[in-house]
Ligand binder design. Structure first.
Ligand code: SAH
Length: 395
């Protein structure tokens, strides 16, 4: 690593911080102390770091401690979902969404049983969830035809510091909200889950995503369990294989946006499939190690007349046979410029029933925050008037 330039202290894992601080002639444990202030307590004010000697604090002044993202705007949905728009140092925008429990049964209510360790689900009190959906890139390089983020094109990779800063902003926001605030009303007083399902393809930014997860799961940092972190991919096979090698203490859950049951349809709606076919993708998923009671999530965006046929519903359980998994059905969320429709309710229900009949665990995802363009596939950094803040690419 090169230390000629100022080091952004929010962008270092604990191990990197320990190594760097040694180059200043300090003992490695001083790195732990700085890390704990910055990532564990979210403190950027050097004066507050009272367990550090003054000369070290003076030396740290030359480095950057401020969060690399500024909170630029916030929108609140009728359902309590909050969308945060964050600005990078060079003035680009990314989005991050806070999603409280919906309070109803049906969608992801049963996720909890996996997270309560050995306690039988029926006995475990259901702890309210507050999930943050975070971005891994500015825009996205993939060109999934149904997704609004794709229209932005690829801006750049986010650094680990920027990925973690989204969580830090959300943590301090949630801590400042009164208990009766709509985002907290379901009962969660802190962030419980993180999903890499915002803007971007996390496995296309594997190095920074891995470093971000190292920071997020660090006991001296936010100390999130990797069981409560999910990385979602459109199907970058080498990335899945790489992720499989991450040690279990840092290995998050895997979600795969499958969205089709034939290569013909998937090639069309997700061009990444022309590179890695469904069979290659599922082979990589089958090789992904799962801890006890863990499952892979398959997301399936339902597009009317495209991937919602009864044949699809019959093929899907065949394809996924033998993989410990669950399927999240996401009725397509509309956004301008897309030639798709959400299937009718009865079609969605029949699809779900057929999958159940085929032996799959299926959850129907209700759109959350769609009134503020915060639902799956709607993140495109638009303003309050739904107009783009950046130029969209046209197809
Ligand atoms: N690139 C990663 C992370 C993004 S996750 C991935 O593809 O998994 C975003 C999820 O929303 C994906 O499952 C995607 O298939 C889904 N999605 C995209 N556009 C959507 C839309 N308009 N309506 C519903 N879901 C959508």
């Amino acid at each position: 690593m090169c230390y000629d330039l100022a080091v952004n202290l929010t962008n270092l894992t604990r191990e990197e911080m320990r190594q760097w601080i040694v180059t200043l002639g300090e003992k490695p444990y001083r790195g732990d102390q700085v890390f704990r202030w910055v990532q564990g307590r979210g403190v950027h004010d050097l004066e507050a770091m009272t367990d550090l000697a003054k000369p070290l604090r003076e030396r740290l002044r030359a480095e950057i401690t401020t969060a690399p993202l500024a909170l630029d705007a916030m929108q609140l949905s009728q359902d309590g979902t909050r969308k945060l728009r964050l600005k990078t140092h060079e003035g680009r925008f990314i989005e991050s969404v806070l999603i409280p429990d919906s309070g109803g049964a049906g969608d992801e209510a049963t996720d909890q049983d996996e997270e309560e360790g050995d306690t039988p689900a029926a006995l475990a009190p259901r702890r309210p969830k507050l999930t943050q959906c975070i971005s891994s890139q500015v825009g996205c390089a993939l060109d999934c035809r149904f997704c609004a983020t794709a229209l932005l094109g690829f801006g750049r990779q986010l650094t680990a510091g920027e990925i973690v800063a989204q969580v830090q902003h959300a943590r301090s926001l949630v801590a400042s909200l009164p208990a009766e605030d709509p985002t907290r009303r379901a009962g969660a007083d802190h962030l419980t889950n993180i999903v890499f399902m915002g803007m971007g393809e996390p496995l296309h930014n594997l190095h920074e995503v891995e470093r971000a997860i190292a920071i997020l799961t660090d006991p001296l940092g936010p100390n999130l369990s990797p069981r409560r972190i999910t990385v979602s991919t459109a199907g970058l096979v080498p990335g899945i294989t790489r992720f499989a090698e991450v040690p279990p203490v840092r290995r998050p859950n895997l979600a795969v946006s499958l969205n089709a049951t034939t290569d013909e349809v998937r090639d069309e709606i997700m061009p990444i499939n022309r590179k890695w076919k469904i069979a290659d993708l599922l082979a990589a998923v089958r090789a992904f190690p799962l801890e006890r009671r863990r499952r892979v999530t398959f997301e399936y965006v339902l597009l009317a007349g495209v991937n919602d046929t009864i044949e699809d519903a019959h093929r899907l359980p065949q394809l996924l046979r033998g993989i410990p998994c669950k399927v999240n059905l996401i009725p397509w969320n509309p956004h301008p410029q897309a030639p798709y429709r959400r299937p009718e309710q009865r079609v969605i229900q029949r699809f779900q029933e057929e999958l159940r009949r085929g032996g799959l665990a299926v959850y129907l995802r209700r759109p959350r925050g769609d009134d503020i363009d915060a639902a799956c596939g709607q993140l495109a950094a638009r303003g309050e008037d739904h107009q783009p803040l950046v130029t969209l690419r046209s197809r």
